[in-house]
Design a protein around this ligand. Structure first.
Ligand code: ATP
Ligand code: MG
Length: 360
């Protein structure tokens, strides 16, 4: 492995599949497109053009391989740090050749070779996502004790960032946001058989087009499976379902619980469980866990919200996962379509409410 100093100086390598062996400099065409064999690079990004399917090139998702056909991380310019989480930082980076922006997430994690292999495998699975409601993961590496992931850049940041600015989100916008999240969950749960495990406002990203996408689903699975090894990881357990807290079996419905809490928090502007009096916040993690397990689930107050919203929230926040609806079932509830006549424009809402989105 190459030695490097910092995140972007670290001589990380972007691996390309053997079929995409390239020498970019040779193939600049008049339209600003680099092309060699199966690989095409232009201002819209990197694509593999399959010989048999020239009309429908998917976005490239080079896999983590040990071959030598690699692009260097030095092909990206670091623009700025755009976020910090418990496990590491997220930077805005720009691909030097195409000008395209990406988010580079770097998670510090000093782990053994065997765990590294496991992570590479899981991230590779992650890279095959093809869904407009899930943040694309283009490439991932493990080097010098850090996992680095090249992600689709979402210029509105997270729903957590947005909520800080707007304080609360009106129901009609929430319905439009929720539909997209449910479509993302349908894809993860039913097509990919992935439980997110860490659905929360900071893992829902937004952009100026009014799109809402789920992120960090692979990362949370890795963190869970290698938790003993991840010395820096302290997750947020606030959105964890009762069945997970008590250590029982859990499945897709666990994400639906989290979604219910996220929606209720967005609607009211407050995390649905309130800490004991006097305390300034949830200082005692066990007290919160106990409330989630012991107390009746939170609900949307009927004097402030529509009956459709209230019953949608209660369908998500059933303590028994068997009684909780699935993503598919939730999509049929009236709350999601009751505002269809309003032609809700999330794009202008995200652009104009709160502080302006990052401009490039
Ligand atoms: P935690 O570490 O507790 O899970 P988190 O989800 O906020 O918290 P990160 O996933 O590291 O931590 O993300 C930090 C912040 O970086 C996010 O809140 C968001 O503002 C920003 N961010 C993450 N990914 C992207 C992305 N692909 N595009 C734009 N901004 C992003
Ligand atoms: Mg996150």
């Amino acid at each position: 492995m190459m030695k490097g100093k910092g995140a972007l100086n670290a001589n990380l390598k972007l691996s390309l599949p053997p079929s995409a062996e390239i020498s970019f400099a040779k193939f600049l065409t008049e339209s600003g497109t680099f092309k060699d064999g199966d690989l095409l690079v232009n201002k819209d990004g990197l694509r593999i053009v399959s010989q048999s399917e020239p009309e429908a090139p998917p976005l490239i998702k080079p896999s983590v391989t040990d071959n030598d056909n690699q692009l260097s991380i030095e092909d990206f310019d670091a623009i700025k740090v755009i976020g910090k989480g418990n496990g590491g930082i997220v930077q805005l980076v720009q691909h030097k050749w195409t000008g395209q922006f990406f988010a580079l997430k770097i998670i510090q994690m000093n782990i053994e070779e065997s765990a590294r292999k496991q992570i590479a495998k899981e991230l590779k699975i992650n890279q095959s996502s093809q869904c407009p409601y899930v943040v694309v993961c283009y490439q991932s590496f493990y080097t010098n004790g850090a996992i680095s992931i090249i992600l689709e850049y979402m210029d509105g940041g997270s729903l957590a960032d947005f909520l800080k600015n707007v304080k609360s989100i009106p129901e009609h916008y929430l319905a439009a946001i929720c539909k997209q999240v449910l479509n993302g969950l349908m894809y993860l749960h039913h097509e990919r058989h992935i439980i997110h495990r860490d659905l929360k406002p900071s893992n829902l990203l937004i952009n100026h087009r009014g799109e809402v996408k789920i992120t960090d689903f692979g990362v949370s699975a890795i963190m869970t499976s290698t938790q003993g090894l991840a010395n820096t990881f302290v997750g947020t357990y606030n959105y964890m379902s009762p069945e997970r807290i008590i250590g029982g079996n859990y499945g897709n419905k666990s994400d639906i619980w989290s979604l219910g809490l996220v929606l209720l928090e967005c609607a009211t502007g407050q995390f649905p469980y309130s800490p004991p009096e006097q305390a300034e916040g949830w200082t005692n993690f066990y007290e919160l866990m106990e409330q989630i397990v012991e107390q009746p689930p939170p609900w949307a107050p009927s004097e402030q919200f529509s009956p459709e919203f209230c019953s949608f929230i209660s369908a998500c926040l059933k303590k028994d996962p068997k009684e909780r609806k699935s993503a598919h079932e939730l999509l049929a509830l009236p709350f999601l379509n009751m505002y269809d006549d309003l032609d809700v424009d999330l794009s202008s809402y995200f652009n104009n409410a709160g502080s302006p989105l990052a401009t490039l």
